[in-house]
Design a binder for this molecule. Structure first.
Ligand SMILES: *Cc1c(COP(=O)(O)O)cnc(C)c1O
Length: 462
């Protein structure tokens, strides 16, 4: 498979890695034992490792390289911007053209009632910003007791203290002594895992009713906001039943609380709309963004803010004591602008909606006939499948076997990056993926399932 003449010494890189590099979201014991796969090059939808293996990146990095790898114009604008103005901040009544122009362009893409943008360096920082803004808003409104933000179990909103607290990842909470005070979690709309005997439609209503219950229990006068991803990404591409969001909307309409829709994954085209909020018809007060904003070429995030919230900031005045040295970084903003320009020029959002999204979903569905697959689901360029021991009754493998992890490792060895969340396999490929490349992805995913089944049989586990 060695297509490139790459002069990398994998072993030496792994040795240095082991000695000096602490990795995010990794078990360092097993990492040190096994050594990291060194990714050295990328182009289009493919990445190459230091041994010359070419791998189809079914996850677009971490859900972010929407525009695909190897887009030279993003590098060029970064080069030009560094020469013109490599850095300046937006504190103390300053601004610069890249940030101003990017904010305007984002506002044009966002729902009509959202016209202002605060910039950050990542999705986690965006959610820290949201938490600060929500509380600032209610303070300005003279209701500081509206303090509690309601999130969901198994939601993901980043890894900083506020992000991890808003999220509902139990292992993260346990390690970090989280959540911080003033955050409450309700059950998630994950039918396959938690729907029991209910139909997906019934379960969707029930899961949404958990919000109403929580508001009643806590007291509306103490609830500041509800935060949710349109589709839970890191939680396992959990697509809520069709009844869920309409029921949530009804509940929100009855109460004076803010809505935060975390668009870090869904934003910038992944659902076939610019934002997941547009797909589901939501009217957020805050949309945290990152990932697809720059297609991961350079770090940048932001929070798109509704007129009602921004209006209160402007009318009431008083300094908002929050910001980052790199808020609105000119080089990142220039890259984001070029990324958005390219997405528009290539018509990628429409391509996801009308062409490659439906094509991928139809092909992904065919994996449902495999004996190991209990469910397939997907939307736009997001998809998941549930690995099961028995289809009937949604019977899982013993979680200690980590069959999901087996599948993922087999898949990467066979030239396809899929991610495992427990025994859920997920994909989120770059938006430039072609039909031929989707065919390759599906063929490799099926091979992964076949090889995993063989291996389970050999071990007497299936
Ligand atoms: C990835 C992610 C974040 C965190 O973004 P970082 O850039 O990793 O800090 C927040 N929310 C959602 C929905 C995400 O998927």
């Amino acid at each position: 498979m060695a297509e490139h003449n790459l002069a990398y010494n994998t072993e030496s890189l792994q040795q240095q890695d082991n000695q000096h590099y602490l990795h995010p979201f990794s078990d360092h014991k097993s990492l040190r034992e096994q050594g990291a796969r060194m990714i050295v090059k990328a182009d289009g939808v493919y990445i190459w490792d230091s041994d010359g293996n070419k791998i189809l990146d079914g996850m677009a990095g971490l859900w972010c390289t929407n525009i695909g790898y190897g887009q030279k114009s993003l590098a060029n604008v970064a080069f030009e911007q560094m020469n013109e103005l490599p850095y300046y901040n937006s504190f103390f009544q300053c601004a610069h053209p890249p940030a101003v122009e990017l904010a305007k362009e984002i506002a044009e893409l966002a729902p009509p009632h959202m016209n202002q943008v605060f910039f950050t360096g990542s999705g986690s920082e965006s959610n820290d910003t949201v938490l600060r803004m929500v509380r600032h808003y209610w303070n300005l409104k003279g209701k500081p007791e509206k303090f509690t933000i309601i999130g969901r179990h198994n939601g993901y909103h980043g890894s900083t203290v506020a992000g991890a607290s808003l999220g509902g990842m139990k292992p993260m909470h346990q390690q970090g002594g989280l959540p911080i005070p003033g955050i409450h979690h309700i059950p998630q709309p994950y039918w396959f895992g938690e729907g029991g005997d209910l139909s997906p439609e019934e379960f969707g209503i029930q899961a949404a009713q958990e919000l109403e219950k929580a508001i009643q229990d806590i007291g509306e006068d103490k609830v500041a906001a509800f935060i949710a991803e349109p589709i839970q990404g890191a939680g396992g591409v959990v697509i809520p039943p069709d009844t869920y969001w309409p029921e949530i909307k009804k509940i929100l309409a009855k109460h004076d609380i803010l809505l935060i829709v975390d668009e870090v994954i869904c934003g910038f085209g992944r659902t076939g709309e610019w934002f997941g909020s547009q797909y589901f018809g939501l009217e957020p007060d805050f949309m945290p963004i990152a990932k697809g904003l720059t297609s991961g070429y350079i770090p940048m995030g932001g929070v798109i803010v509704s007129d009602r919230v921004a209006g209160v900031f402007e009318q009431e005045g008083g300094e908002f004591y929050h910001g980052y040295t790199y808020s609105g970084h000119p080089v990142a903003a220039a890259v984001a602008r070029e990324n958005i320009r390219l997405i528009k020029e290539k018509g990628l959002v429409e391509y996801v909606k009308n062409d490659i999204g439906p094509y991928l979903q139809q092909a992904w569905k065919t994996l449902g006939d495999h004996p190991l697959v209990g469910e397939t689901r997907g939307l736009g360029l997001l998809a998941a499948l549930e690995v099961v021991q028995e289809k009937e009754g949604r019977v899982r493998f013993d979680s200690d076997l980590d069959v999901g992890g087996m599948c993922r490792n087999t898949s990467v060895s066979n030239g396809l990056v899929m991610r495992a969340v427990g025994d859920t396999l997920i994909i989120s490929p770059p938006m430039i993926i072609s039909r031929d490349e989707v065919d390759e992805l599906i063929t490799k995913a099926r091979k992964t399932l076949d090889l995993t089944m063989e291996s389970l049989k050999q071990q007497g586990l299936y």
